[in-house]
Design a protein around this ligand. Structure first.
Ligand SMILES: Cc1ncc(COP(=O)(O)O)c(C=O)c1O
Length: 392
């Protein structure tokens, strides 16, 4: 009886070309292929100096692989606090807190922050429609008034905020700073201005900006004090989240903000309290890579240049790249079956791309995530293949 119901969903998804399947790209294949599907933007997951790193682990904790418990019980290690202190310095906040994954961080922090009992009233959440699933799950885990605004449309956001001008309930604006699917950059200054004017709490997800954008590569919200000052926005009303799983090349996530908010989360974010802490060796590797990021300005500039080149060339070949203006470039196809065919076609050429379909995005697309190892020749070759496919 249960199985039939679940099977029906899978069959329906298959019929709509929305069925998802796991695929293994063997390690050796991965090495030989050009991979535009990963989020390893700085290639830090693979360009790891093993000897240097292993040496740095000498005389460290015995339990390197497993934390053995949650941070509040047996699983707190010095490396976690060193990493958090470094993140707080580089994000220019009072404190930071690490999580096992970005999904867990978003879900459990928003679940705690938006709690109606804590706030005393139901929160009104102004939410970009293209926000990541973990942000959706986090806000929807509470009974809130959800006001979704058109993706990156700050005038629509302002219109919604004005509709609630007289409402005294606590208000939140939640957005990504670089959008993981559309590849566009948020208007951070306008969002801070609006948050200040309408007395909102601001929550930024910097998953795709971490390592790639902002001062020393530590995200677009790491250097916003002057904007906060300009609009008289109290920075303690802001929480910045980011992941280690993309530009940093390891896994896990952080939130950075005021001491009060971080202390509150240590007490109330259930995904932090009731989950075994990150493996210490991951925290060591994360700190190791995190420190490297600040010396990668040249690589970051190149990544931006490659993005501009790729977008311009795609556009001049009549491909739709939406509103991307970063290293993430969607090629919008708007046909589920066709994006799967394109993905398989590229795989035969030794090129890995992601086929992204609804409900993750509204219109199916091939999502390209550039990394610092891509060359103009690779990108031109990609476009040639795409043209070949289209003319078939
Ligand atoms: C914007 C955004 N936030 C959060 C996450 C979740 O991060 P993680 O993969 O570390 O769970 C992702 C992952 O794709 C993301 O794109």
């Amino acid at each position: 009886m249960f199985t039939e119901k679940y099977q029906k969903i899978c069959t329906d998804l298959k019929n709509e070309n929305k069925y998802r399947q796991l695929q293994i790209y063997k390690n050796d294949l991965h090495d030989k292929k050009i991979d535009y599907s990963s989020n390893d933007y700085l290639c830090l997951s693979k360009n790891f100096d093993n000897i240097d790193f292993l040496e740095s682990l000498q005389n460290k904790e015995q339990n390197l692989f497993g934390a053995t418990g949650s941070r509040l019980l047996s699983g707190n290690y010095e490396i976690f606090e060193i990493l958090e202190k470094q993140i707080a310095i580089d994000k220019n906040t009072e404190k930071a807190l690490i999580f096992n994954s970005g999904y867990q961080a978003n879900f459990s922090c928003l679940n705690a922050l938006l709690n109606g009992k804590t706030l005393g009233k139901q929160a009104i959440v102004f939410f970009d429609k293209s926000n990541h699933a973990s942000l959706y799950q986090g806000v929807l885990s509470n009974q809130i008034n959800l006001q979704r605004y058109i993706h990156s449309d700050v005038s629509h956001l302002e219109k919604l905020l004005n509709q609630y001008k007289e409402n005294e309930n606590p208000k939140f604006i939640i957005t990504e700073s670089i959008f993981g699917m559309d590849g566009d950059i948020s208007n951070i200054e306008k969002l801070i201005e609006l948050a200040s004017k309408h007395r909102c709490f601001l929550y930024f997800d910097e998953a795709h900006a971490t390592g790639v954008f902002g001062k020393n590569g530590y995200g677009l919200c790491s250097n916003v004090d002057f904007i906060c000052k300009k609009y008289n926005f109290e920075k303690s009303n802001m929480l910045i989240m980011g992941t280690f799983s993309k530009g940093v090349g390891t896994s896990g996530a952080y939130v950075a903000g005021s001491e009060t908010i971080i202390n509150f989360l240590i007490n109330k974010a259930s995904g932090f309290i009731y989950s075994t802490a990150m493996s210490p060796i991951i925290a060591h590797a994360t700190l190791y890579n995190w420190k490297k990021i600040k010396n990668m300005n040249i690589e970051r500039m190149r990544l931006c240049e490659m993005g501009d080149f790729f977008r311009q060339t795609l556009r001049s070949n009549n491909f739709d790249t939406g509103i991307s203006n970063s290293h993430i470039i969607p090629i919008i196809i708007n046909d589920e079956e066709r994006v799967l065919k394109i993905k398989n076609y590229f795989l035969q050429q030794g090129i890995i791309v992601s086929a992204i379909r609804p409900p993750t995005v509204q219109k199916s697309c091939i999502r390209i995530g550039l990394n610092i190892e891509n060359s103009k020749e690779d990108l031109q070759d990609f476009i040639n293949h795409l043209n070949e496919f289209v003319t078939f």
